[in-house]
Design a protein around this ligand. Structure first.
Ligand code: F6P
Length: 402
């Protein structure tokens, strides 16, 4: 019997899941493995076991398709576990059921594609002795141990496009436009889309802000002849008095949403201006993956198969540009990777005059590059000591000047 690998997609979907599946299936076929895909995330692993045989033929044409052909869920029987620090143990009957499925189907390994919650489940599988490897997924880009998760680039492409569109209509009507984007614990989407799409104010969970400062920025722009303003709000940004905005259901992760409306109404009330709101919502999670996400997801799929073949269970594939490495899954679910309030993207935004609502517009950006300047030059910028290389470079320059 041919060796077999299983694969599943868990948690909120995002563009690129199908590209990972295809990458893994193609790679399996090259290596002489069969691949089966479990349905509806972890649910398909047990009671009832539900899966599809995945082949080159059955995954044809899915590279550029959004969503996941396997289906996904973030609210199933396994979703009780939240992470390692506030750990909720999975019911041992479920774990044993999954272990039996893996045995019965003679799986050499199980590839689990998911964000922090889903990978925390994979970690508990690993601790139970189920052979799993992880693939990091989330539009929020908030997983530790990998520079990028696939889905993020597609989400910021969508949010940037929305800002481009809002820009022209805001300018035409001299309006303040608020765009609410996703981002539960981390403001990466708001930050990157805000920079790429010309946002004027960016509110993120990592930086405390006040309405006074946001109003000040808007009035300062108006005083300088800019009669419209684009405000980008991450749904997980905290209110000035503290707390996130959304629906809270007993025993479930809070369903975020609504901060954009509060910001819109309050700015309108304080400034007596016309303020309009656009909530991007799940548009950020749908549609075709960008080229970057297709490449990243395909690499994740192929390298995840490699991890199974090499028996590196309990590890997650991670992108450390330019390399694809593996790290313990535990490292990825240990802590959320948030925006550094002093990091280079925030510094850049401040240097452009973008407000994070934490200062008045008069407070200048004079100190924003302090941290960057104090970092020593990376070694690859140090002078080259390879004599042969230097000689051939000198010869090339001579030739060019001749
Ligand atoms: O974690 C990814 C994410 O897109 C968050 O930004 C958002 O809060 C959440 O998923 C939404 O999940 P759901 O689709 O279950 O509403």
């Amino acid at each position: 019997m041919k060796k077999r690998i299983g694969i599943l997609t868990s948690g909120g979907d995002c563009p690129g899941l199908n590209a990972v599946i295809r990458g893994a299936v193609k790679s399996c076929q090259q290596l002489g493995y069969d691949c089966i895909g479990f349905l509806k995330g972890y649910e398909g692993l047990y009671d009832p076991v539900q899966y599809l045989h995945l082949t080159n033929a059955s995954t044809k044409g899915i590279l550029n398709q959004g969503g996941t052909i396997l289906g996904s869920t973030n609210k199933g029987r396994f979703a009780a576990t939240m992470g390692v620090e506030d750990r909720v143990n999975i019911d041992p009957t479920l774990l044993q059921g999954v272990a039996n499925t893996v045995d019965h189907l003679s799986l050499e390994g199980l590839i689990c594609i998911g964000g922090d919650g889903s990978l925390a489940i994979a970690q508990q599988f690993h601790e139970f002795g189920i052979p799993v490897v992880g693939v990091p997924k989330t539009i929020d880009n908030d997983l530790q141990a990998t520079a990028y998760t696939f889905g993020f680039d597609s989400a910021i492409e969508c949010a940037t496009d929305a800002l481009d569109r809002l820009h022209t209509t805001a300018a035409s009507h001299e309006r303040i436009m608020v765009l609410e984007v996703m981002g539960r614990h981390a403001g990466w989407i708001a930050l990157h889309a805000g920079i790429a799409g010309g946002g004027d104010v960016i509110l993120i969970p990592e930086i405390d802000w006040t309405f006074e400062n946001v109003c000040h920025k808007i009035l300062h722009r108006e005083a300088n002849g800019k009669k419209f303003t684009l405000v980008v709000v991450a749904e997980g940004a905290h209110l000035p008095e503290g707390g996130m905005v959304g629906e809270h259901k007993e025993g479930q992760q809070m369903k975020l949403g609504g901060l954009g409306r509060i910001v819109t109404d309050e700015l309108s009330r304080r400034l007596h201006r016309e303020v309009r709101l656009c909530v991007l919502g799940h548009l950020q999670r749908g549609g075709a993956p960008t080229t970057f996400d297709r490449v990243l997801a395909t690499m994740f799929g192929a390298h995840a198969v490699r991890l199974v073949v090499e028996g590196r269970f309990g590890e997650m594939i991670a992108y450390h540009p330019p390399d694809m490495v593996s790290v313990p899954i535990l490292e990825a679910v240990h802590k959320v990777r948030t925006v550094e309030p002093d990091g280079c993207a925030v510094q850049c935004a401040r240097a452009l005059g973008i407000s994070f609502g934490d200062r008045t517009a008069y407070e200048t950006s004079a100190n924003v590059f302090k941290k960057v300047n104090s970092v020593p030059a990376p070694s690859h910028l140090e002078p080259c000591h390879n004599e042969q290389l230097l000689e051939s470079a000198a010869a090339a320059v001579e030739l060019a000047l001749a």
